[in-house]
Design a protein around this ligand. Structure first.
Ligand code: NAP
Length: 497
């Protein structure tokens, strides 16, 4: 395969019916709206992939109304029926993994090998939550009075709206739709306008799996504020589940306040990665590589600040830079590529500005540091040494392929530095001393801690952050609670004697 997308990118798919170019509302494909179309581009080539219809008020309203109608039936299905449908969806997603991965690479840019990894991760949520549908349990509690019983039910919350980011076009949808549908809720999804094709292919597979009309709808378009404004203020929407930046999350929370919606927020991060003197150095280098350079650094749990203890700093920096310099950059569809493009020009400019600010304040470039010779949105994987707490790169989420190395002396100092941020999504630490690991892990203000690993995402673990990194958890047996309401019945008059 060469570096150019074919003139008909749908030809790259084995099942070309997964190339969907319309919104999916109430089980119907809507290929035109009165509002025209917008162009979707491939970030690796900057070529237009397709034109997609713009949804606005009317289409969003239709999706919500049909989700409400569908909810009345879907909520009454048995757990086993929901299991069977969601599990069939899972099987179809697994069967079409290669096509879905190709769509991810085309619209998002990540290398095909990583896109396949995302599809394994994405499908795992459908499998997991299909099973969890059968495990929604109530409770019977001891009552305060004779003749009373306290009975607790869990019921689906209602119509949910999901707003998702571009960096994981499949997984950020299945991590929400899996538990929502399993709980008996229906869902309207607004995927990122830069990556709707994967969402639409997932909708096509949901349809084939027997997900009823209106239970899962996908809106297309780039009139984001209009769609978002309706989703967050509509009285029929009972729940907003959002993944994206903290800034947008804050706006959506404000907009949801007037109708008191239940909200889950998976927001931005500024993950510290701490390498102690007693770490297994090779493992630490590999862990930092995995967490920092996955998806070209465009992951919310990407290591954003790498603290390395004085005694091993120089050796760690040398080994990391040597490995990073070998990373192969290019079009993710090409064989052997390890780093795709950044998503757009804004992303490239942010990376450049962080490097310029760091260098101006005394950082040194150990490798990379510039736009790639490939042009476009490609950037050289970069390692910076002598980074300090004052630089923009340690204070903001970079979302790009730069590993900034910060030297530290003792444990208390690094814990203070690591926590000195408004964010608290993931943190990583590398050590072989159990007491130090416990103390540090307990002291770190983060929702997730990777210990001697840079890869922490899976369907079994509760994913989510503290502080301004979010509200709620996704995945795991905790994840379904976000889509359930608790109802309690106080049942009196049960004395028989
Ligand atoms: P973003 O700009 O916040 O966008 C995320 C989604 O929100 C997109 O669908 C976007 O639509 C939509 N959106 C933007 N402004 C909106 C508004 N005013 N009303 C309603 N919707 C609006 O974030 P991004 O650039 O796509 O993703 C990167 C961010 O996501 C990073 O901060 C990253 O850390 C975070 N993230 C967090 C997690 C997590 O699990 N915690 C996972 C992945 C990413 P358009 O595409 O149409 O603009």
């Amino acid at each position: 395969m060469n570096s150019f997308t074919s003139p008909n990118p749908e030809n790259l798919l084995t099942d070309q019916a997964l190339w969907r170019t319309g919104a999916f509302i109430n089980g119907q494909w809507l290929n035109e709206t009165p509002h025209g179309k917008y162009s979707l581009k491939n970030p690796a080539t900057d070529e237009v992939l397709v034109e997609l219809p713009r949804c606005k008020e009317q289409e969003t309203e239709l999706a919500i109304q049909s989700a409400q109608v569908a909810f009345e039936k879907w909520r009454k299905t048995t757990a086993k029926q929901r299991y069977e449908i969601i599990h069939r969806w899972y099987q179809l997603v697994v069967e079409h993994k290669e096509d879905l991965a190709t769509l991810i690479t085309l619209e998002e840019g990540k290398p095909l090998s990583e896109a396949r990894g995302e599809m394994d991760y994405a499908s795992s949520f459908l499998q997991w939550f299909a099973e969890e549908a059968k495990r929604i349990r109530g409770d019977v509690l001891p009552a305060p009075k004779d003749g009373q019983r306290i009975v607790v039910l869990k019921q689906p919350i209602g119509v949910c709206a999901a707003i998702t980011p571009w960096n994981f076009p499949a997984a950020m949808i299945t991590r929400k739709a899996g538990p929502a549908l399993a709980a008996g809720c229906t869902m309207v999804v607004k995927p990122a306008s830069q990556t709707p094709l994967t969402a639409l292919a997932l909708a096509e597979l949901a349809r084939r799996a027997g997900v009823p009309d209106g239970v899962f709808s996908v809106l297309t378009g780039n009139d984001t504020r209009i769609i978002g404004g309706i989703l967050t203020s509509h009285p029929l929407i009972r729940k907003i589940t959002f993944t994206g930046s903290t800034e947008v999350g804050r706006t959506l929370l404000e907009q949801s306040a007037s109708t008191i919606k239940k909200c889950s927020m998976e927001l931005g991060g500024n993950a510290p990665s701490i390498v102690f003197d007693d770490a297994d150095l090779e493992r630490a280098v590999d862990g930092v590589m995995a967490s920092k350079f996955r998806n070209t650094g465009q992951a919310c749990i990407s290591a954003n600040r790498i603290y390395v203890q004085d005694g091993i700093y120089d050796e760690f920096a040398k080994r990391l830079a040597a490995k990073v310099a070998t990373l192969k950059v290019g079009n993710g569809l090409d064989e052997g590529i390890e780093q795709g493009p950044l998503i757009d020009l804004n992303a490239v400019e942010k990376v450049e500005s962080h490097i310029a600010d760091a260098v101006q304040h005394g950082a040194t470039v150990l490798c990379g540091g510039q736009r790639s010779d490939l042009g476009g949105f490609f950037f050289q994987p970069t390692v910076l040494a002598n980074v300090t707490a004052e630089m923009a790169i340690t204070q903001e989420e970079t979302f790009g392929p730069i590993a900034p190395l910060i030297r530290f002396k003792d444990d208390d100092e690094v814990i203070f530095q690591a926590n000195n941020t408004d964010f608290g999504l993931a943190a990583y630490l590398y050590s072989q001393n159990a007491a130090r690991i416990w103390n540090t892990a307990e002291a770190l203000e983060a929702g997730m801690i990777g210990i001697n690993t840079g890869l922490i995402s899976n369907e079994i673990a509760p994913f989510g952050g503290v502080k301004q990194s979010g509200l709620g958890r996704e995945g795991s047996h905790y994840g379904i609670d976000e889509f359930l309401e608790i109802k309690y019945m106080c049942w009196d008059g049960l004395l028989t004697g």
